[in-house]
Design a protein around this ligand. Sequence first.
Ligand code: F6R
Length: 610
Amino acid sequence: MCGIVGVVSSTPCKDFLIRGLKKLEYRGYDSSGMAIADLEGNVSIAKAIGAPVNLDKSLRENIDSTLATGTVGLAHTRWATHGVVSEANTHPHSCGRVTLVHNGIIENHADIKAQLSVSMKYNYQSQTDSEVLAVLLEHLMSNGETMQSAIQSMSEMVKGAYGIVAIDANKTDEIWVARSGSPMVIGLGEDANYVASDALALNAFTENFVYLDEGQIACIKQHSYQIYSSVGEPQSAQETHIPYKADCDSHVGYDSFMAKEIDEQPDVIERLIRSHVDKSGIKADSDLFLIKGKLRNVKQLHIVACGTSYNAGLVAKHFFEDYAGIPTSVEVASEYRYRAVAVPENTAFICVSQSGETADTLAALRKAKESKYLTTLTLCNVETSAMVREADLHLTLQAGTEIGVASTKAFTTQLSAFLMLAATVCEDEEKQISLIDSLLRLPDDCRSALLLSNEIKVNAAPIFEKTNSCLFLGRGEQSAIAAEGALKLKELSYIHAEAYAAGELKHGPLALIDNEIPVVVNAPGDCLHEKLVSNIEEVNARGGQFVIFSSKEAVVDLDEMVNIVMPPLPLTTACITYAIPLQLLAFHVTKLRGENVDKPRNLAKSISVE
Ligand code: F6R
């Protein structure tokens, strides 16, 4: 959560910081700020409410000489946790010699404040938990500690998570970085060194990175860097090469990242599937083959994730139980991490995440690693993420960078990866062949589903233009797709949307039905179709404006409805292809209501706080 970027350079760094912030704004866009230092020890701060473009604009109108010419800097884009959205609460925060930016949450900030107040009178400027870190470092340094030893002492005192970057006004040719629970990466340039909370912010400037491990502290200078353990021992670093990816820079040819990412789905699914399977089955040189070996004795699966990734887990339960007969439980990570979990023998743990940095899911993985699981596996889109580094096994989703806050291509690649995994552990050869056949044609089926975009825009989206509330229904695995459809619509358009397994309606939600409420149903014509039709009739008798996505054979006969007929496709992959029209519905409704499809209010892309 929140984004950090910093640099030690020989040339003015303001424009670099603005570019970095713009790349990171998917992590939060409530407000942004930067601090720039010159070699004379001047440190200047600028802040603006809203996305980094506002900071850019305000610096174009009004800038002092340190901000304009300083070569060492740090910057932050905020997703508010402690304190309202305001300039005072915007990072950087400073106290005396220390100026810093912080990602994460300091849980005991009130205790630290109270301890500090005994020896130091300080007039706090913000409501944030972060400012106390600047005050604490200043306090320790004014008692003779160096920045390094002050950060070490700080790390022993604070509870919670942090990634920080700090400047000492008495030594402005370097910046200090520390990580505990929030990712930080150093970027190695030719004439500058960088730091960021995500390599994406730096990828246009360098392809060489060093990821900080938990508890590490680093000092970054223009031509060198040194990493230390939390107790101050110098540590060697492993450099990682990440090739520049132009595709994440812009949405050229589309009006938004969401439109681009929805459209990319057939291609990224194709890349994922073809790297693991071909007509003759699982490729012997693929990661999936390795995973197959490790899951040979698996008897149960525990899937843990958050949000959209959790919905992917709900679908996967059907895959594993229907096709492989493996009992599977699915749980949200924020619950799993804090309860006593019974782990039967030969159970494998799977965490699913687009970012690989979601705090609750990462904590769940760490808990699982301490438990008696057969193995831990992550399905993740970011190869360099903490989850990929920490799980025993990983299957990367290869979806390319996802910038739109609402997950689209990551979700359908998660489903594709889960289905490949189910095919891998399925012992029935006939079923396995049929799964692989449907996977190989899936990219084309998704291409056909995307062709429905205009029909959804013209016929279905207007029904939602003025509504405040709607329902999504499905049965079987489609009830999990309904949950994802509702999540997409509510997070983007701000319409209250709920999803139900259609058979549950009569146990309460049917009371919501009147003539105004839109009801979205996925009806692929599977073995539960007759049951679903009865549920639809129950709603129809009480009102409801239906939008039904169905196969040609399963068209439901109602007087008043918008029926969108899906292309012919196999039922084994129907939950993946039927997710696409629901994404398109959320996209077009959001556009129609004039909201931002890429950056919904109150949200951020990577939730690295609890
Ligand atoms: C919604 C969405 C979120 C994420 C959730 C978990 O569109 O994207 O619900 O799925 O925050 O994030 P990851 O998958 O990065 O762990």
